[in-house]
Design a protein around this ligand. Structure first.
Ligand SMILES: Cc1ncc(COP(=O)(O)O)c(C=O)c1O
Length: 472
């Protein structure tokens, strides 16, 4: 499982300062602190944030997110300097807005997109096409045409059928498409089945075992409308184990060598995907730092490269979660509180004004989080608590099991850290919930990145509700 259930309530909180590369230490973003009992992020108090923007609210610590992006870039540059260099693509699926795309670009990262919406957001932010990649296992003609017209750095092709489609569209558009072939390496990694993506029996990639990847390479090389720029592997998400990455890198490097031997072509780039882990609770292991991941990848690439005798490829990676998740906390307002008797003792159920519509991960992957009282000093006394949302599912859990301040009441603010990845980006309108706003805080100021959805927004898509006067 991605994160197993905590057998005991997770400790209250952990404010140990992260290291400068942002990858270790506490669970809270670098600038999170308590002043006079109140939590502050980027120098802004949570009470001000809640009263200005409402709750639930995603609060991104801009400085922290930028530092994580820099840490990856520096780590990859350092580890791959003796080889042919490296490029970091921020995986926008973790969380993307035009503001975040701009930050990533300013930090020297490229952008990995996987849908029309993500691609358009990157372009709207002014990111140049040659700094953007396009993923997806079922790309539409519209997505592929937009990629071609903007001369994207690459289109990551996921199947032979898609390769044929890209070729047809490239011919029509009179362009040459830069192709990266996504291969299934057979390396099984990442906690939960739904986030493990390199075993054969799943929807992503060109199978190596059946020779499909080799056939795809042959087809790309035979077409004047396609240019083979790279090979790609993404083995899963939330992976702590360096060996899984090095094994996958080895498999892709071997394929590169086979392509050179059999097809006489040296593929210039190898993309090793994302999947680098973060810590959600203090019970989780501390993940390797970016430089540790980067060195492990570099040593695998180097040793396999030596065997083949080919020039080293340029390496790219696509971290999403490890840049976005720890930079963000979600603020909720406490509503109903009730004590539920258990076989031994009882559990306090604390309902907040969001839930599975802003964080589906607990329901989808049994993911664990922690939480703290944010608007005032937590008490030393703690109560075994479960934080739940307001949706019509008993699996609508925000934090499964936590020892939380006893002095909690309706109207208090709770902060859940490490919610920056796959929270807002997976948010839904379940129960006709309006999706939360996303704000950035930095240097004592806050700025709206994405405004809160309104009931008007929700009604605007319902054609039979047209003309209904709100508040009538
Ligand atoms: C192809 C690809 N690249 C990168 C990522 C980002 O992974 P993570 O956020 O775990 O770093 C994903 C996540 O699903 C992915 O599918």
């Amino acid at each position: 499982m991605e994160n197993s259930h905590a057998p005991h309530p997770t400790p209250l909180e952990n404010f140990a300062a992260p290291e400068p590369d942002g990858s270790r230490g506490g669970l809270w973003s670098t600038t999170t602190a308590r002043h006079g009992g109140e939590l502050t992020v980027g120098g802004v108090g949570v009470r001000t944030l809640a009263s200005t923007y409402g709750t639930p609210l995603f609060v991104i610590d801009e400085e922290d997110m930028r530092r994580r992006a820099q840490a990856w870039k520096q780590a990859m540059e350092e580890a791959f300097a003796p080889l042919s260099g490296a490029q970091v693509y921020y995986a926008g699926k973790a969380f993307l807005s035009a503001g975040v795309a701009t930050w990533m670009s300013e930090e020297g990262l490229c952008l990995d997109t996987c849908s029309l919406g993500e691609l358009v957001t990157a372009l709207a932010a002014g990111v140049e096409g040659n700094k953007i990649g396009l993923h997806g296992n079922n790309k539409s003609c519209e997505e592929i045409r937009l990629a071609l017209r903007n001369d994207l750095a690459h289109i990551v092709v996921d199947s032979l059928a898609e390769l044929a489609l890209v070729e047809t569209l490239a011919k029509e558009e009179q362009r040459q498409a830069n192709i990266v072939l996504r291969v299934t390496t057979g390396v099984h990694a990442g906690g939960h089945e739904y986030i493990s993506t390199a075993h054969e029996d799943q929807k992503f990639g060109l199978s190596l075992a059946s020779g499909m990847a080799m056939r795809a390479a042959e087809e790309v090389l035979a077409s004047p409308h396609l240019h083979l720029v790279g090979l790609h592997s993404h083995i899963g998400s939330q992976i702590l184990n360096l060996d899984a990455f090095t094994q996958a890198a080895g498999v892709v490097m071997d394929l590169r060598a086979q392509i050179a031997t059999h097809l006489g072509y040296v593929v210039e780039e190898v993309d090793l995907g994302g999947g680098y882990a973060v810590r959600y609770t203090v019970l989780d292991d501390i993940p390797p730092a970016p430089i540790e991941y980067a060195r492990a990848l570099a040593s695998a690439v180097q040793s396999h490269g030596k065997v083949s005798g080919l020039p080293a490829p340029r390496i790219s990676i696509e971290p999403g979660r490890s840049i976005a998740a720890p930079s963000t906390l979600t603020l909720y307002t406490v509503g109903t509180i009730k004590a539920v008797p258990l076989e031994e003792g009882s559990r306090r159920y604390v309902a907040v004004d969001g839930g599975m519509s802003d964080n589906i991960r607990p329901a989808l992957y049994q993911a664990d989080y922690t939480v703290t009282l944010a608007n005032r000093e937590p008490s030393h006394d703690v109560v075994r608590s479960r934080i739940v949302g307001k949706h019509c599912e008993s699996g609508d859990i925000v934090v499964r099991d936590v020892a939380l301040s006893a002095n909690l009441g309706p109207g208090d603010l709770l902060a859940v850290p490490v919610t920056g990845a796959y929270g807002a980006s997976m948010a839904s309108n379940y129960n006709m919930a309006a999706r939360p706003a996303v704000v950035a805080v930095n240097g004592g100021k806050s700025r709206l990145l994405i405004r809160r959805e309104s009931v008007e927004d929700l009604l605007s898509r319902d054609v039979d509700a047209e003309g209904y006067e709100l508040n009538s």
